[in-house]
Design a protein around this ligand. Sequence first.
Ligand SMILES: N[C@@H](CCC(=O)N[C@@H](CS)C(=O)NCC(=O)O)C(=O)O
Length: 255
Amino acid sequence: MFYFSMVSSDLLPKKSALIIVIGFNMKFFDLSGADNKRFSPFGWRIRMALAHLGMEEEAEVELVKFSQKDKLTFSGQELVPVIKDDKVIVYDSWRIAEYLEDHYANKPTLFSSSTNRSAERFMASWVDSQIHPLVAKCVVRDILDVIDPRDREYFRRSREKRFQMPLEEVVKDREQTRTLLKRTLFPVRKVLELNPFLGGRSASFSDYTMFGAFMWARITSSFDILEEDDPIADWRERMLDLFSGLARKENARNL
Ligand SMILES: N[C@@H](CCC(=O)N[C@@H](CS)C(=O)NCC(=O)O)C(=O)O
């Protein structure tokens, strides 16, 4: 299918063009809980990235529950997100971001010009290895309540194996975990002192990477992973406002 797309002036395309014609036939496989709740931090990275490119609404979404991995057989692995762009299959959120950046070269760049691809890669890997484990220690028990009841036994078993303890034990000291998270987020606060977004004056994939962790918590738990006075909360509000409030429209657990 072919679409006409207007390019806004604040998000400069990689190649200058005012009106471009692009065609795509994309399917986006994203994780879902009960009531089609989309809470995957990796899924949010790609959802925001697609919105950044102006492709979120047109991409066809296929929701995948933990017990529906057969929907992903075509991709040769079992994790979401996955995109199928016509005949091209890409999985892993970082590889998807690179694919979108390289393949849709006439769209606004996902990788900030004030950083570069390795800095964006650093952020994705830092969030995966340092931030996600702490967020998980705050909300993993609550996820059980928002997933399909048929997925609960699998979820508890697989996550308790990972943490080597009951989920209730994992989250028991979550106020302390939040304090550790606050300390770990120190570099994020330093960047946000200079700019409204991690990508600089506008959001880049680094913002979507970090924001995915916040959406994961927001949708699954009423426990706020930020303390009230944390300046990162202002950035989170800005992110919730992007793309006509795309992320804000998704039901938060505490609202
Ligand atoms: N490195 C992958 C990680 C993807 C991942 O862990 N996805 C989770 C959802 S948040 C998943 O599909 N889990 C399925 C399961 O645990 O069975 C990426 O960046 O996309």
